[in-house]
Design a protein around this ligand. Structure first.
Ligand code: COA
Length: 204
């Protein structure tokens, strides 16, 4: 029997909503879900530290799914500084971002993850991104299945992680540019590979 999707509304969150995001991570996710989301064991203190450093703007966008006033899903999109020069972008893309997503333990398998990521992808493409990547632990079957259904393809494997990406559809309408403010000048002859985890963005 088909399970009905929750009556969720999705919108962009702002910095004034850190407390409800912290509550979401601590009360809606169990330890395994937190581990899958952050790639390490989380405690209330590390969750608070993470939420405190979250950025809202400057290339970072946080999306929330709500059932009434209850936050039931959070997805984050973080533009990767200097990704124009990233070797993995060439030749198809010029600006990339990394995503992270989590849905309330009680509301899995109802299409909420897909709805959040559909919203996030549309936002990214509309705001000038040409490539969006994600990293997931190898044993995170639900994320791998969801990513594949959305059209993500594997880019590379690391010891514990799989990095996947999706490119903006070729027929997407002309976008509004989205640039991270923190971009630094990179000498054009220096090849770089793009590696980013939403908790710790870096280009190396
Ligand atoms: C990964 C994650 C976000 C997926 O969220 P979700 O809301 O369960 O995802 P969806 O419902 O869109 O899709 C998941 C499944 O539900 C199924 N589904 C979707 N709509 C459905 C419906 N109406 N009825 C029944 N099943 C449905 C999908 O087909 C899919 O099936 P499968 O995974 O069993 O093959 C969630 O598992 C999660 O929060 N995990 C912890 C954090 C994490 O791992 N983050 C990823 C690293 S960044």
């Amino acid at each position: 029997m088909e399970v009905a999707a929750p009556p969720a509304t999705i919108r962009i969150l702002d910095a004034s909503e850190r407390e409800r995001i912290e509550t979401f991570f601590l009360e809606e996710l169990d330890d395994v879900a937190l581990y899958w989301r952050f790639f390490r064991t989380m405690t209330p203190l590390t969750v608070r530290a993470y939420v405190t450093q979250m950025r809202f703007g400057d290339g970072c966008v946080v999306f929330g799914a709500f059932d009434g006033e209850r936050l039931i899903g959070v997805a984050e999109l973080s533009a990767i500084p200097n990704s124009e020069a990233c070797a993995e972008n060439c030749p198809a893309a010029s600006a990339c971002a990394e995503l992270g997503v989590a849905v309330s333990n009680q509301l899995r398998h109802k299409g909420l993850g897909r709805a959040l990521l559909d919203y996030l992808l549309r936002h990214g493409w509309t705001h000038g991104l040409t490539r969006i990547q994600l990293s997931t632990l190898r044993d995170n079957g639900p994320m791998l299945a969801l990513a594949k259904r959305l059209g993500f393809e594997e880019v590379r494997q690391e010891p514990d992680e799989i990095v996947m990406h999706i490119l903006r559809p070729a027929d997407w309408p002309v976008p509004i540019p989205l640039r991270p403010r923190t971009a630094m000048a990179i000498p054009p002859d220096r090849p770089i590979a793009c590696t980013a985890i939403v908790t710790n963005i870096r280009c190396k």
